[in-house]
Design a protein around this ligand. Sequence first.
Ligand code: ATP
Ligand code: FE2
Length: 327
Amino acid sequence: MILGIECTAHTFGVGVVLNGKVLSNVKDMYRPENGGIIPNESAKHHNEVSEKIYLDALENAGIKENKIRAIAVSNAPGLAPCLLAGLKFAKKKASELGVPLIPVNHCIAHLEIGQSVGAKDAVLLYASGANTQIIAFTEGKYRVFGETLDSGIGNFIDTFGRHIGIAFPAGPELEKIARKGNYIELPYSIKGMDVSFSGMQTKMKQLYDKGIRKEDLAYSMQETAFAMLVEAAERAMAHTGKDELVLGGGVACNLRLQEMCKIMCAERNAKMFCPAKEFLVDNAGMIAYTGELMLKKGKNVKIELNDIGELDIKPRERTDDVDVSWR
Ligand code: ATP
Ligand code: FE2
């Protein structure tokens, strides 16, 4: 059994996987009182909850800790204090249990768990708070074909939410009120396969301050921002010749985004895959799942106990920095 630890941002999670099956997936989320994440506060949260989450994950999986063969930990990319808190906990447990560590890239874990629901060689639309990327596997690596040039789409949504008095995370509430909205034109910004949201953010704030209904803004924001993502994803599929699309990241919980992706895929005879919600948002099940896959099929993926002192965090590791030896 592989134990996975997620710690890259606001979520601390522990999951257990055996033979590709997630046996438990427990997490706790740091919630800033107001405003955005304060990295040191989030790391403090991780330190406070880690032991309890660990024990809950073992209990939910119905296993004893001596059954664990390796610990997978998301050491990249993310907020340095959070990554450090998670890695420190992983090292402590690895020493106690006498098992190796497997460093896992968080973005790649979103992709792998997405492919676990049936896709074989997909383009990933990864739409989360901090990240917005279109990723696909070519020539030994997961490569980023397109990405946001400014903020992640989730942060963009949450920032607008804050402006109109909706608490973090604003995505679910804006999705609800969008159902009662009408369309107004907003800046649509896509360059090649890259997208940007800052122009739309400025425009939406101006319109709101002029008295435009928040329902109309929420609806139009979804239609415009999601259309940009779908266009970029479609272009990546055409470019790589792949006929599968996988969704990942918390924003992919949005049913309108899922619907738009489904329509695009149907129009080009492609298939869309979307994992269950608990695996779309940040979670440790996907870290354990990816760790197991790497261990079974990859080369030199584990760090033996004697060497774990040298394993470090990589806050800025890019998806295409990782050598994908397991595919
Ligand atoms: P990263 O994965 O890059 O570390 P993160 O941890 O912030 O980023 P997730 O936990 O994957 O991201 O997702 C959180 C984001 O998803 C928040 O910005 C939230 O507003 C957004 N979100 C959640 N549900 C919805 C929804 N139904 N519609 C739109 N956005 C949503
Ligand atoms: Fe994530």
